[in-house]
Design a protein around this ligand. Structure first.
Ligand code: ADE
Ligand code: ZN
Length: 324
């Protein structure tokens, strides 16, 4: 498309990336081999063929199965450096990456193995590419409040290395209210707060994320557009939305990329950003996601989206200014 070179040249931050969702099929086989783990696929083509989802849960079942190959600190480090190599190639200068500790601790992998591996990968990426990074600890919302509290307690030695807590996994039936007390506790420890809301769940879940979780950033937020009062509120408070076009299409949140609401979001004054969510599963990294919606946008809007990613980041004001 005509915007390709322009998109590639824009400096960007990525604010919605699940590191477990960056596990490419080839890496899945490599980690399975070195850890002697069985995977239910014959080859990379068979893995790709399985990535045909009709909703969020469909995807999550395969995504959690894929994560089984991640066992050692080296796995988490290598996963992270590989993501940052690809992100840096897309001119991503800063990334705030989600991880799902419960997916690993529930399989007997110590929290410290996960987080130390991720931190080692982040340090390596900064040394290689000058890309800065932050960690966001996500609670799995299909699990209960007590499990989230236990995870928050396990993270205690690393609070100073974690920027924020987040909320992900199966949305419908697991409203933000379920985690209000955990998020309150996290904020007392100085952690910022983000949450997936309005991906499949109704506008009320977005309102709960604002009112009960006191979020600093809204992940997805697509369904907020169904509620005019809510849109006005999000625009007025300059809430950053981390929008993921290819994910939205693959998970049938939008039926046609040509009708993706990104343009409407910008027209409503929302601080939208473009992100890859789970790039290995949804078919592309940040630049691919920009390209997916570029036919709907002009150059000024592409610049706005890239600027918004720094404005919505958890970098301090001086660092944001340096990036703009
Ligand atoms: N975990 C990984 N990707 C997710 C998404 N798009 N929504 C909810 N949970 C997730
Ligand atoms: Zn996500």
């Amino acid at each position: 498309t005509p915007h390709d070179a322009f998109i590639a040249g824009l400096p960007k931050a990525e604010l919605h990336l699940h590191i477990e969702g960056s596990l490419e099929p080839g890496q899945m086989f490599a980690f399975a081999r070195r850890n002697r783990v069985d995977i239910p696929f014959a080859d990379v083509e068979a893995v790709r063929a399985a990535y045909d989802f009709s909703n969020l849960q469909d995807f999550l079942d395969i995504y959690y199965a894929g994560a089984e190959v991640l066992r050692t600190e080296e796995d988490f480090r290598d996963l992270t450096t590989a993501y940052f190599d690809r992100a840096a190639a897309d001119n991503v200068r800063h990334a705030e990456i989600f991880f799902d500790p419960q997916t690993h601790t529930d399989r007997g992998i110590p929290f410290g193995v996960v987080v130390e591996g991720l931190l080692a990968g982040m340090a390596e990426a900064e040394a290689r590419h000058g890309v800065t990074a932050r960690l966001i600890l996500c609670f799995l919302r299909h699990l209960d409040e007590a499990a989230a509290f236990a995870t928050l307690a396990e993270a205690e030695p690393w609070y100073h290395r974690i920027a924020a807590v987040g909320l992900d996994s199966s949305e419908v039936g697991h409203p933000p209210a379920k985690f209000a007390r955990v998020f309150q506790a996290a904020s007392v420890h100085g952690l910022k707060r983000v949450a997936h809301a309005g991906e499949e769940g109704p506008p009320d879940y977005v309102r709960e994320a604002l009112d009960l979780l006191h979020i600093d950033r809204l992940d997805h937020g697509n369904r907020a557009l169904e509620d005019k009062t809510l849109v006005t509120r999000l625009a007025r408070q300059a809430m950053t939305l981390t929008v993921c076009p290819l994910s939205n299409h693959k998970l049938c949140v939008v039926d046609d990329l040509a009708r993706h609401p990104i343009r409407a979001m910008l027209d409503h004054g929302l601080r939208a950003t473009i992100n890859s969510d789970d790039p290995a599963y949804f078919g592309g990294y940040v630049n691919d996601n920009f390209r997916a919606v570029a036919p709907l946008l002009d150059r000024a809007q592409l610049v706005t989206l890239a600027r918004n990613s720094f404005l919505g980041s958890f970098l301090d004001d001086a660092a944001v200014t340096r990036h703009l």
